[in-house]
Ligand binder design. Structure first.
Ligand SMILES: Cc1cc2nc3c(=O)[nH]c(=O)nc-3n(C[C@H](O)[C@H](O)[C@H](O)COP(=O)(O)OP(=O)(O)OC[C@H]3O[C@@H](n4cnc5c(N)ncnc54)[C@H](O)[C@@H]3O)c2cc1C
Length: 453
């Protein structure tokens, strides 16, 4: 058996900021992964899934990175209970491809299906059903972790619960996840029964959100260019997996999305000029008015409902070579959300994508992001210093009301504000240090926020 082929590669998260050059191994088998880990020398290590975290969570300079996406074997499935055991590099698109035709769907999905189950646990991802189903980690048991010592251990809520807690949302800093068991949920077909409700401002958003608490999935797009009485106008979407016999079939829009995914690549549109205030304003205007006022009932395919942006590969390149930053926060107070939208709208630094949702009561502690309140996700082209200054200002508002920002989307939060946002960080670090006393697992985010070392 040969030795590990390490290759220098430039890695980046989805925001393409920052980018790091690092020594990578891309094992195809578990034995190759274990060998790469042994052969890393004394270098620190970090796993890299599909790089759908936006910032520096999946990146490590001066270390070794293990790319996990080829470790994608499904190991066992129980059709009676829906429990799937799989390697950590299995992606949600793999799971959906194999199990949707058999009547099962992942329990929680983010806005893209191109994430690995390892990445899903390390960011403890949430979806449109957070208010009822919590996060990815709520549907997982028996996680197999390679520790810094080289030992392999299992953990879940009963076995090594502290390791499980610290690994869930732990940004890859407790060890390399080799496999896990996740519970898939039965669905009747590939369709979604949904309603769209046009809301004219933030107050209407909160009203519709309150009356939609029983829908399994809710999320809204808002036009964050607006200020004053129309601030927060947008499209509220609610619904869930369709009942038996209700089927969208395949529509022209689905065919077009399928075509776009095969043939349209965002890299063709790479430009620092494409997404600016004027184009974003025009898009928002058209998108808002495209949806008729009132409540519309639709049966759609699951793709445009769950993964609308996946229709164009590499759409992140359309922000240009400077990259972009996503700012996702959750605040327990609505007024703070209003204040943030006001600042963003006045700044002239428009966000192309603005998503808002109210989380449920489930919290997980540690470094997991969701907590009760309203979450807002905004994408900004990387305008440099003016943007960074505005985001620092937003952090202060978030900290003041006891909110936090999503670390899986972050590339710039200060250590000081991180500590205020995540008051359990010391407890989390104590658990991590116990399981990784040699500080083998590190990342750029971990170094910036003082989570390692
Ligand atoms: C378009 C889009 C929409 C999104 N929508 C949502 C959303 O609605 N909700 C949400 O919660 N998130 C959302 N995300 C974020 C995304 O779900 C997370 O960042 C997810 O963790 C990415 O998974 P990945 O496989 O790409 O992991 P990566 O980004 O490669 O890695 C994520 C973290 O996991 C660690 N890691 C990965 N694999 C392993 C392993 N095997 N062992 C140990 N550590 C590992 C990495 O070191 C890193 O710290 C979205 C992202 C995009 C691009």
């Amino acid at each position: 058996m040969g030795s590990t082929a390490w290759a220098k590669k430039t890695l980046q998260g989805w925001g393409r900021f920052p980018r790091v050059e690092t020594e990578c191994a891309r094992p195809e088998r578990r034995t190759e992964l274990l060998r790469a880990f042994q052969e890393r020398g004394a270098a620190p290590v970090l796993a890299y899934g599909l790089g759908r975290s936006y910032g520096d969570a999946p990146l490590l300079r001066e270390g070794r990175q293990i790319l996990t996406s080829r470790l994608n074997r499904m190991l066992a499935f129980d059709p009676e209970t829906g429990w799937l055991r799989c390697e950590a590099g299995v992606s949600l698109v793999d799971i959906i491809d194999v199990f949707l035709p058999r009547g099962f769907f992942p329990p929680v999905v983010p806005g893209t299906q191109f994430v690995t189950v390892g990445g899903a646990l390390c960011n403890n991802i949430h979806g449109k059903n957070h208010h009822l189903e919590g996060c990815w980690g709520d549907h997982v048991r028996r996680v197999e972790v390679l520790l810094g010592s080289g030992e392999i251990v299992f953990c879940d809520a009963q076995t090594n619960p502290e390791l499980f807690w610290a690994t869930t949302g732990g940004l890859g800093l407790t060890g390399i996840i080799l496999s896990m068991e996740v519970q898939l949920y039965p669905v009747a077909n590939a369709s979604i029964e949904m309603e769209t409700v046009r809301v004219n401002n933030l107050d209407e958003f909160f009203e519709v959100s309150k009356e939609s608490a029983d829908y399994s999935h809710t999320v809204s797009w808002i036009d964050c260019v607006q200020s004053g009485p129309t601030m927060g106008r947008g499209i509220f979407m609610r619904g869930g997996h369709a009942r038996q016999g209700v089927d969208a079939g395949s529509s022209v829009m689905d065919e077009l999305a399928g075509f776009a995914q095969k043939h349209v690549d965002g890299r063709l549109f790479e430009s620092n000029l494409l997404l600016n205030k004027a184009t974003i304003r025009a898009f928002n205007e058209a998108y808002f008015h495209k949806t008729p006022a009132g409540v519309q009932k639709v049966v759609s395919d699951y793709m445009p409902f769950f993964f609308p942006l996946d229709a164009v590969q590499n759409w992140n390149y359309a922000y240009g070579s400077r990259g972009f930053l996503q700012y996702q926060m959750v605040v327990p107070e609505r007024e703070a959300c209003r204040e943030i939208l006001e600042i963003v709208s006045k700044s002239g630094m428009a966000s192309f994508l603005a998503i808002i949702k109210e989380f449920g009561e489930q919290t997980h502690g540690g470094l997991s992001f969701p907590e009760p309140g309203v979450t807002l996700a905004l994408d900004f082209p990387n305008f440099g210093a003016p943007l960074l200054e505005m985001l620092d200002r937003l952090d202060e508002i978030v900290v003041d009301v006891g909110g936090r920002i999503y670390l899986g989307k972050d590339a710039r939060l200060s250590r000081e504000n991180f500590r205020k946002m995540y008051p359990e960080w010391e407890k989390w670090k104590a658990v991590r240090d116990e399981w990784d006393p040699e500080q083998v697992f590190q990342s750029e985010l971990g170094r910036r926020l003082g989570l390692v070392g």
